[in-house]
Every structure is written in structure tokens, then in C-alpha cells.
Design a protein around this ligand. Structure first.
Ligand SMILES: Cc1cc2nc3c(=O)[nH]c(=O)nc-3n(C[C@H](O)[C@H](O)[C@H](O)COP(=O)(O)OP(=O)(O)OC[C@H]3O[C@@H](n4cnc5c(N)ncnc54)[C@H](O)[C@@H]3O)c2cc1C
Length: 449
């Protein structure tokens, strides 16, 4: 590798300034004796956390208790594992669920306006567990808040437009990062490296290699997730798992790329495919599992039909606001109008929107959005332990190397169907929190890290 080795680098070099990287840096920076540098590929291109809905899953928070909701980290972990079936990953799932309540409460204590989404029911969740900002502006607001906090630490440098392109390795131990700045490669020494560069949904070749069963999905994530860390870790003897799993969505609006709210089915919304066929119990599947079901429908799409009551219950969310602003939802006054839009006879449409037992009946005027499937982020990644240390093929930690968020194996298990709402930010912020806290509490100095 060419370039100058800068001996006096940071104690901690974080690759990636998204959810996991910023949280790891914030927590590590609590120790004023540590110098932390975050190398970010491009905030202009963005991170998935900033375009996310910003829904934070945590079981057992003070916000839930205040709303009379009985929940706990263990219950949260059990529900993630019931959906994923990934018993081998239980320790990591339990580790991030255990820290989630403290993390969400800390976020509120830093001035971020948090509430429990009692109006955000999700498949696979027995109680309301998603926390969100009051005002429902989503992940953009969250990341602005966290990066703002980072700026208040004198011992942190956030270096933008500076992709990490490789690791510096000495005698099998990681000792820094290679960073590309304005076309010039620089080797920067660091006591510890945290890999927080997300997954590979923005890398068509890797998606084709590992997720070929998805066909040609709409990519609803950022362009920066190109799986950069996978080769670095493999070269050090690390391994990957669950590479075929993704965070998918079966609620992507055709020709718009916005997503309708996953809460809509809980307010009576129905999905109707060609010839008026109802093909799924809309409340049963999470949006990730729904994606594959939609992919099997004619034209890989279906009409989501709801009404004014369902719209009123969901419109105060960043997802629905984006849909409405984009003109992705059409209002149709009558059943006849709906039949014309769907190209079906009116009796077939009347039958299609008839409420199933126990569900509410939709009333005109109707709302219509054509939805298809998309890939938002990948869930497979490098194998870590409960402390975020990257493991080699013999399950030994690779010295000085940590990973979290989409870079590491996620919580969905081997299939996208196992993804539960909130899993993505939980593993990113949760592991960032764990890694950063551990680094902050260690004796300082290169060798100690
Ligand atoms: C549309 C959408 C909605 C979502 N909604 C939710 C939700 O509501 N709740 C939830 O839990 N999850 C949600 N997710 C998933 C969640 O956003 C991700 O799981 C999470 O952001 C992953 O965190 P991360 O830190 O690994 O990656 P990111 O947040 O994507 O950050 C990675 C950062 O690394 C940078 N980077 C990449 N390569 C390099 C490199 N070589 N060198 C330096 N920097 C690099 C990127 O530019 C980026 O800034 C959503 C995802 C999408 C796409």
C-alpha cells in the first residue's frame, strides 16, 4: 500500500459516520483522554440512518412504562429470535436488546424529542416498542442531532469525503486505516479501528451474488453502502454469515420509491393483486417478509387500498408525508372509480375490499397506491461477538478490530423474512453504544486499546 504512515493518528479510527459510527464515536469520546477520528465516505451521498424512518426498537423504556406498556429487553430479544430463528446469534441479539432502553433514554436526555409510538403497530411485535421523534420527522433529524452532539467534543474529528479504502495491518493486528482524500491515499495509525460502513445493498454485483432470489428489486437505500469492509475482514481471516438476508419492503410505491406506512393494514388497508385477488393476510407479515410475497404477484405489484380513516391514523409519519408530497397516493371517490382504476368489474372490487372477520370495513372515498418490493439494506455481514469484536474463523477476536451496524451480521437470521421493524437501527446504535462504552472505559494508550 502506498502513502505516508502518520504515526500520531487517533486512538480510535471509526470508518463510517452513520448510525453505528457516530454512536461509537460519541460514547468513546466520553473519555477525554481518547482521540477519536470518524472517516466518512460522503455525508452528501448520505447514510441509511439519515433516510430511515428513525424508528428505534427498545423494550423496557421509561416511555413505555409511562404509557402502561409492560416490556423488557428479554421479551424484545425473544420476539426478534422467534422471527429470525437464528439461535446461534442469541448472545448478540440479547446484548443489543439489553442496552437499547438505556440508549433511547440517553438520547432523550441529550435533548432529542422521543415518544413511544403507541400508534405504530408492527407484525411480530406483541407490544408497542418503536420509539420515534415527536413530530415524526424520521432519521434525518436524528442524525443531525447526533452529528451535532459529536461536534461538541473537542477530542473528536469528523473527516468528511474521506472514504476508508483499506486497513493497515502489522503482524496480523490492525494498526490503522488507509484513507482516500482528494485522490491521495494516506495511512493513518490508530489504536483501534471500528468498522461502521454499513452493508452492501448499494453494490449490484454483491447483491446479485448473495441475494439473487430477490430478482431486480428497487433499491431504497443510499449509494454509499457498497460492502467495502467485507474484503478487508476476509483477508484477516474473518468470516461472514447470513449474507442472503436483507431488509426488504413490500410497501414501496411503484414509480415513486416512497413507502406507505406499515401501520396501514392495522387500520383496514387491503392488498389486491390482478383480477381482484386478495393474496395475503395484510397484518400477518412484516414489510420485509411481504416483499417476497409481492414479488410472486403478477407484475410484482399490488394495489394497496385504504380510506380516509386509515390515512388520518397514519399521515403524521415521515413515510406518509413523503408519499403525499410525491403524489404517490390517489384518492378515488367511489367503488366504481376504484373498479375503473383497477380495470376490474365493480362486484369484484366490492368483494376485494370486504372486511375479513375482525377487521374494519373500508369506506369511500378510497385511497389507492400501487406497491412493489424493494431492498432497503442488507442484513448479512461479518461475525462479531457480544462486544462487537470481529472474530476470525476460529472465533478468536482479531486484535484491535470492531464492527457493528450493517457491516456486521444483523438480527434477521438467514432470510429477509426474519427482519422485524427496528432491527436495523437497534443493531447499529446498540453495537455502537457497546463498542464506544467499552473503549471509553479502558485504560488509554495505544497498547491498552
Ligand atoms: C429507507 C430506509 C428506512 C429505514 N428505516 C429504519 C427504521 O425506521 N428503523 C430501523 O431500525 N432501521 C431502519 N432502516 C435500517 C437502518 O437505516 C440501517 O440498518 C442503519 O442505518 C445501519 O446503520 P450503519 O451505521 O451500519 O449504516 P449507515 O447508517 O448507512 O452509515 C454508514 C456510513 O458509512 C459510510 N461509509 C460507507 N463506506 C465507507 C467507507 N469505505 N469509508 C468511510 N465511510 C463509509 C456511509 O457513507 C455512511 O455514512 C431503514 C433503512 C432504509 C434504507
Amino acid at each position: 500500500m502506498t502513502g505516508d504512515l502518520v504515526d500520531v493518528g487517533p486512538d480510535v479510527a471509526v470508518a463510517g459516520g452513520g448510525a453505528c459510527g457516530v454512536m461509537a464515536a460519541l460514547r468513546a469520546a466520553q473519555n477525554p483522554d481518547l482521540v477519536v477520528a470518524v472517516f466518512e465516505k460522503s455525508t452528501r451521498e448520505g447514510c441509511n440512518a439519515a433516510i430511515s424512518s428513525g424508528s428505534l426498537a427498545a423494550g423496557g423504556t421509561r416511555f413505555q412504562r409511562a404509557a402502561g406498556i409492560d416490556d423488557s429487553p428479554l421479551k424484545h430479544a425473544e420476539e426478534i429470535l422467534a422471527a429470525s430463528g437464528d439461535k446461534e446469534w442469541r448472545p448478540v441479539v440479547e446484548a443489543v436488546c439489553a442496552v437499547a432502553p438505556a440508549m433511547v433514554e440517553w438520547l432523550a436526555d441529550t435533548g432529542y424529542p422521543i415518544e413511544i409510538g403507541t400508534d405504530m403497530p408492527r407484525a411480530g411485535m406483541s407490544v408497542p416498542r418503536l420509539h420515534t421523534d415527536s413530530g415524526r420527522q424520521g432519521g434525518g433529524r436524528l442524525m443531525r442531532h447526533l452529528r451535532g452532539l459529536l461536534g461538541s467534543y473537542p477530542n473528536v474529528a469528523f473527516v468528511d469525503e474521506a472514504p476508508v479504502v483499506d486497513l493497515v495491518v502489522d503482524a496480523g493486528a490492525v494498526s490503522g486505516v488507509v484513507v482516500d482524500q482528494n485522490g491521495r491515499r494516506q495511512r493513518i495509525g490508530a489504536g483501534t479501528v471500528v468498522l461502521a460502513v454499513d452493508g452492501f445493498a448499494g453494490n449490484p454485483a454483491l447483491v446479485k451474488e448473495h441475494l439473487s432470489d430477490l430478482g431486480n428489486p428497487y433499491h431504497g437505500g443510499v449509494s454509499t453502502s457498497t460492502g467495502d469492509a467485507l474484503d478487508w475482514v476476509r483477508r484477516l481471516g474473518g468470516r461472514v454469515r447470513n449474507m442472503g438476508a436483507g431488509l426488504r419492503s413490500g410497501l414501496v410505491v411503484v414509480d415513486h420509491g416512497t413507502r406507505v406506512s406499515p401501520a396501514l393494514p392495522f387500520h383496514g388497508a387491503v392488498l389486491v393483486a390482478a383480477r381482484g385477488r386478495r393474496f395475503v393476510d395484510e397484518q400477518r407479515y412484516g414489510y420485509s417478509a411481504l416483499a417476497q410475497i409481492l414479488r410472486r404477484q403478477p407484475g410484482e405489484r399490488a394495489a394497496m387500498i385504504f380510506d380516509a380513516t386509515a390515512l388520518a391514523a397514519t399521515r403524521e409519519s415521515e413515510m406518509m408525508r413523503q408519499c403525499l408530497a410525491a403524489g404517490a397516493i390517489r384518492e378515488v371517490a367511489t367503488l366504481d372509480g376504484l373498479a375503473a382504476q383497477l380495470g376490474l368489474d365493480v362486484e369484484r372490487v366490492r368483494e376485494a375490499v370486504r372486511a375479513r372477520p375482525g377487521r374494519r370495513q373500508l369506506r369511500p372515498p378510497f385511497q389507492l397506491a400501487w406497491v412493489t418490493h424493494g431492498l432497503l439494506a442488507t442484513q448479512g455481514g461479518v461475525v462479531i461477538d457480544t462486544q462487537g469484536r470481529v472474530l476470525d474463523s476460529a472465533d478468536r477476536p482479531i486484535p484491535h478490530l470492531y464492527a457493528g451496524g450493517g457491516t456486521a451480521c444483523g438480527l434477521a437470521g438467514p432470510s429477509s423474512d426474519g427482519y422485524l421493524s427496528g432491527n436495523g437501527l437497534l443493531s447499529a446504535f446498540g453495537m455502537g453504544w457497546i463498542i464506544g462504552n467499552a473503549l471509553a472505559s479502558r485504560p488509554t494508550g495505544r497498547s491498552a486499546l
